[in-house]
Design a protein around this ligand. Structure first.
Ligand SMILES: NS(=O)(=O)/N=C1/NCCO1
Ligand SMILES: [Zn+2]
Length: 258
């Protein structure tokens, strides 16, 4: 199979051939149906502590644009549904070619124009790669933020301003060391959905504790257009780099809010 992507000949409907887990019972993303979720008063607040990175790249890997530090620096996620500390690994985006599509998770069937994923790995593993392969739903913790079009997002501006420099697949650029990743997050990480799922991209490993925030972040129309100018590995606009929702099967989606 040609490298996986989101086109007709290599998109999500093909992924099961290389990754049979694609048809598993704990796949992501899902449609978050408010009438079927269950409030869990035991869910604690989440704490994300992000330290500025001295050496991070912003890159186009052919299927997303991604902020990737060269090594860990003590940036970590704790609390919420998590039993241990998770180390920050990278963040990346999924988006559509228009404002009616683009997010991976949906809320009562509604898609947002984009979704931002902050990927973290369980610190009881020696590395990110081991955490992916560790088996079970606690290898990774991914924070999902919906993006909607509105005011300019000043915290994401240093990143969206770099997009023209990574327009083509395989390109990357160094991120200024004063980039403040913490500023992207809302002040308090409350009101989220959480469930056990998978990577939404191959290898689709069922190793993810998903934490999807109810409150979308805003980005400007210009910032959304920047994403839509990115080119994928096939030389086409990257927009549409989202996997459709997967069956919930017998999983429960819990919420930290009533
Ligand atoms: N969209 S996703 O599930 O975050 N996919 C990945 N792949 C590697 C880390 O996160
Ligand atoms: Zn993702």
């Amino acid at each position: 199979m040609a490298p996986w992507g989101y086109e007709k000949d290599n998109g999500p409907a093909h992924w099961h051939k290389d990754c049979p887990i694609a048809n598993g019972k704990n796949q992501s993303p899902i449609d978050l149906i408010n009438g079927e979720v269950k409030y869990d008063s035991g869910l604690k607040p989440l704490t994300a502590k992000y330290v500025p990175f001295s050496d991070a790249k912003f890159l186009n890997n052919g299927h997303s644009v991604q902020f990737q530090p060269s090594a860990g620096n003590g940036s970590e996620l704790t609390g919420g549904p998590l039993a241990v500390k998770y180390n920050f690994e990278q963040f990346h985006f999924h988006w559509g070619n228009n404002d009616t599509e683009g997010s991976e998770h949906r809320v009562d069937g509604k898609m947002y124009p984009a979704e931002l994923h902050f990927v973290h790995w369980n610190s009881t593993n020696p590395s990110f790669k081991d955490a992916v392969g560790s088996g079970g739903p606690n290898g990774l913790a991914v924070l999902g933020f919906f993006l909607k079009v509105g005011a300019e997002n000043a915290a994401l501006k240093p990143i969206t301003d770099l997009i023209p420099k990574v327009k083509d697949a395989g390109t990357s650029v160094t991120v200024p060391s004063n980039f403040d990743m913490q500023a992207i997050l809302p002040a308090t990480l409350t009101d989220y959905y959480t469930y056990d799922g998978s990577l939404t991209t191959p290898p689709l490993a069922e190793c993810v504790k998903w934490i999807v925030f109810k409150q979308p972040l805003e980005v400007s129309a210009a910032q959304m257009e920047a994403f839509r100018s990115v080119i994928n590995r096939d030389g086409k606009p990257m927009g549409g780099n989202y996997r459709p929702p997967c069956p919930l099967h017998d999983r429960a989606v819990k919420t930290s809010f009533k």
